[in-house]
Design a protein around this ligand. Structure first.
Ligand SMILES: *Cc1c(COP(=O)(O)O)cnc(C)c1O
Length: 489
């Protein structure tokens, strides 16, 4: 009887294929500038992906060929120097190799004592130090800032309202969470998933610089308290997704302290400013947060997904997740089950991948100072683009650009309102479809904006010049050609 395995029968040929993959992927990243910033997926390719379930093997080599023809040519574009869509990290060649190492070890950081647990703890220790959190604090690595925000708000709910994990939200006082109208949608989703209902969010207006109005926040809290609500959490923005605004993080800490509310900061990409000595002062007050969420996969370019939530007090971090011991997860002091870290008690996941490795290796290989300089470079590039937009007769800068995000649009004499919105939407789509660049959209006070978020270590000033030229040239064609009628509403 032959017993089966997934190991190769011929290790040499798999090794050759693996070497080929490494060569191909490094070449792809080396030559990325020559590729289009983005390209649509042909219908034929989408059809070819839709194959019957592969009951019989096609072999590793053919699976890789299919990757080369169906997958690799149509990426989202965020490796490209002219990708500035949403907020996306560029990744790095070394990061991809680190990902291979962690997949090879295939550690599950659930509950077996192993080196990986100490690496994650070390990454968290470094992160606490960089963000100004106490060494005694807690934290956990998760897949993204959405989950990190979710954990922060879950901890907030438990810390302020009591035993919610046991008695349920129905027995909780009516809770209210406060954030600015610029807060990321993941805050809204977290509140919904935590059973509070999105009506529990009090959106506080932001000012002309898209920072939360602290005066209106305080008034809202007092009104809500008088009406019988329990203000349990204030979420501060360290970098709004729309324009990169940073709330007055010290003022929010003061309000939270006075009101006995939890203070959570969403620093998805903006918290990375802490790695730059010159930009760090903009985050003043972030170190006073009770919990802080941020991504390694955006502005630190660690491959997706990698984020962290830091929580000041370990006991508070544990509280919502201590839902009762399981007899098979007992901890001992010796042997493989002697895991003292219990990361699975700090979030919803039990099986957890070794994402800490790629963060640890990236920090060691490149050093924190370089990450700070790369952030500075992007901030300078954004200021350059904002200056060009202000100076150009065909462009309008639509919002302050205090960090790395620039919202602009094409303008044409005598054109405004919906017509101008449609022109700019058409410009945006053509920039993408022609592979020139990938900004994405935003609405600034009701008007359509082309939004350029520079979290990209490959971007050069010439790339921003190419964007300006592209917008102006396509804008001219769109207006002249009257093509705006063709844009779907
Ligand atoms: C991207 C982002 C998030 C969500 O992070 P993910 O890693 O995409 O889950 C939350 N807040 C802000 C401000 C963001 O930019």
């Amino acid at each position: 009887m032959t017993e089966l395995t997934l190991d190769p029968t011929d290790w040499d040929s798999l090794r050759a294929l693996g070497h080929q993959m490494v060569d191909d992927m490094l070449a792809m990243q080396r030559d990325i500038t020559a590729a289009p910033a983005w390209r649509p997926i042909p219908v034929d390719v989408v059809r070819r992906i839709d194959e019957p379930v592969p009951l019989q093997p096609q072999g590793e080599a053919r699976a890789y060929e299919d990757f080369q023809s169906l997958v690799q040519p149509y990426p989202s574009g965020n490796l490209h120097p002219r990708f500035w869509g949403r907020v996306m990290g560029t990744g790095s060649p070394f990061g991809a190799l680190a990902e291979f190492l962690s997949a090879s070890l295939n550690v599950n950081l659930a509950s077996i004592e192993c080196s990986a647990l100490y690496i994650e703890e070390q990454v968290l220790r470094w992160s606490r130090e960089l963000m100004g959190f106490p060494a005694s604090g807690s934290g956990v690595l998760v897949s993204g800032c959405s989950i990190a925000n979710f954990i922060g708000i879950a901890v907030a709910r438990e810390a302020v309202a009591g035993d919610i994990h046991r008695v349920g939200v129905a027995k909780a006082p009516p809770l209210r969470l406060y954030c600015s109208d610029q807060a990321h949608m993941s805050v809204r989703r977290a509140v919904a998933l935590l059973g509070l209902g999105t009506d529990a969010i009090h959106y506080v207006p932001s000012d002309a610089n898209y920072r939360i109005s602290v005066v209106e926040l305080e008034q809202a809290i007092h009104r809500d308290r008088a009406a019988g609500y329990l203000p349990f959490c204030i979420v501060g923005n360290a970098g709004t997704v729309g324009t990169g605004a940073i709330d007055d993080l010290n003022a929010l800490a003061d309000v939270a302290q006075r009101e006995g509310a939890w203070y959570h900061v969403d620093g998805a990409f903006g918290a990375i400013l802490a790695l730059s000595p010159t930009l760090k002062p903009q985050l003043a007050g972030i170190e006073r947060a009770d919990s802080l969420a941020f991504d390694y996969h955006k502005w630190m370019h660690v491959p997706y997904g990698a984020a962290a939530v830091l929580v000041r007090e370990r006991a508070q971090h544990l509280a919502p997740f201590l839902t009762g011991a399981s007899s098979y997860l007992g901890t001992t002091t010796r042997g493989a089950e002697a895991d003292q870290h219990a990361f699975h008690e700090l979030g919803p996941e039990l099986s957890r991948d070794f994402r800490a490795l790629k963060v640890w290796m990236a920090l060691k290989a490149h050093g924190v100072a370089l990450y700070g300089k790369l952030a500075e470079q992007n901030v300078e590039q954004a200021a350059y683009l904002a200056t060009r937009a202000k100076a150009h007769p065909r462009l309008e800068l639509m919002a302050p650009a205090p960090m790395n995000i620039v919202c602009l649009r094409y303008v044409h004499a005598g054109m405004s309102g919906d017509a101008l919105d449609r022109v700019n939407e058409e410009i945006l789509v053509r920039l993408q479809e022609q592979g020139i660049a990938v900004p994405t959209r935003h609405r600034i006070r009701g008007q359509f904006a082309i939004r350029v978020a520079i979290t990209n270590h490959r971007t050069r000033r010439e790339d921003l010049d190419a964007l300006v030229e592209g917008i102006v040239e396509i804008g001219r064609q769109v207006v002249l050609g009257g093509a705006v009628e063709a844009v779907p509403a």
